[in-house]
Design a protein around this ligand. Structure first.
Ligand SMILES: Cc1cc2nc3c(=O)[nH]c(=O)nc-3n(C[C@H](O)[C@H](O)[C@H](O)COP(=O)(O)OP(=O)(O)OC[C@H]3O[C@@H](n4cnc5c(N)ncnc54)[C@H](O)[C@@H]3O)c2cc1C
Length: 275
């Protein structure tokens, strides 16, 4: 490991590099920052591997290539029209420079509790596709992320795509993050929601996921269960906020206190009232 950079042009050239300990690199917006504080290591660029950045529909699911940049995904009609909660998260991730370089696979593999694409992808019940010399496998995103900065990625394996079953077209999709400022801010707290309602406006399916309120992004099953059969009125959403608050375990850090985060956790669902 002497800090060499490799640019394999096919998976067969990538596998031995990863097996020998080279780190995969996509946009480098996370990895290069981290490497400044670590001993040199070999890096294998993913940009030369064909087919990793495609976006399309396959078997009724949206297939988002791991090396698709945030900017590319944000501009894609399938993402904008079918996954507006993810589009909203991409729109507020970092800055234009970061969105032009950073990728979906990199955001997931970083496994930060503040990763902006994660709450919408949890609420959308996304699956992660992984590949190595041994073949491919798929894991629900929630099983792929094991802890802060920790994933189920095995040595020699990469994320190749994220698969998302699109919700019904009339489902409410929502994402909001609160940071210390509006632009280029890491989330102090975030909420993503996918909510399906019947003709009377009663909730028939609810999926809520919060970011920056615990060691990983997490779903909120008690709050989701409470929403079933109810309308999205202020009183209901205030109770949803209380249920989320009871379920999360935020910490104090340089961006906010745990007490402030808890307050946000209770208030964020009220934003669902906004048209
Ligand atoms: C100024 C700045 C602002 C930022 N703001 C935000 C923000 O607001 N919200 C946010 O969520 N993030 C933010 N980030 C973090 C970062 O930009 C994102 O997490 C980005 O999506 C990382 O993608 P990348 O392609 O650059 O990853 P890389 O830096 O290339 O890789 C990150 C990690 O993932 C691994 N990796 C990358 N691709 C793969 C793959 N396909 N398979 C397996 N492992 C892989 C790498 O080995 C590394 O461990 C910011 C970063 C900077 C520098």
């Amino acid at each position: 490991m002497n800090g060499q950079v490799f640019r394999p042009d096919c998976p067969e050239a990538l596998w031995p590099l990863l097996e020998a300990g080279a780190r995969p690199m996509a946009g480098g917006t996370d990895l290069l920052v981290r490497l400044r504080r670590q001993p040199p290591c070999d890096v294998a660029l993913l940009e030369g591997i064909p087919g990793l950045d495609g976006v399309g529909l396959a078997d009724g699911q949206l297939r988002l290539g791991a090396t698709a940049t945030h900017a590319r995904l944000l501009a894609h009609p399938l993402v904008r029209e079918r996954l507006p909660a993810l589009a909203r998260a991409l729109a507020v991730l970092g800055s234009p420079l970061v969105r032009n370089m950073g990728t979906l696979g990199g955001n997931i593999a970083t496994a930060s509790p503040a990763g902006d694409t994660l709450p919408p992808l949890y609420a959308l019940e996304a699956t992660v596709e992984l590949a190595s010399r041994r073949g491919t496998r798929r894991l629900p995103l929630a099983d792929f992320i094991l802890g802060p900065g920790c994933t189920a990625l095995a040595r020699g394996e990469i994320v190749t795509a994220v698969l998302v079953p699109p919700p019904p077209p009339d489902a409410l999709q929502h994402f909001e993050k609160v940071g210390r400022r509006d632009a280029l801010a890491v989330a102090v707290a975030s909420l993503a929601a996918v909510i399906v309602r019947d003709e009377a406006g009663q909730v028939t399916e609810a999926r809520l996921a919060v970011g920056s309120l615990g060691p990983t992004v997490t779903r909120c099953p008690q709050a989701e269960a409470y929403l079933l059969g109810r309308g999205l009125d202020r009183e209901t959403l205030a109770t949803v906020g209380r249920r989320i608050r009871e379920a999360v375990s935020p910490i104090d850090d340089i961006r906010a206190t745990a007490a402030y985060r808890l307050r946000l956790a209770g208030n964020l669902p009220l934003r669902l009232l906004r048209p």
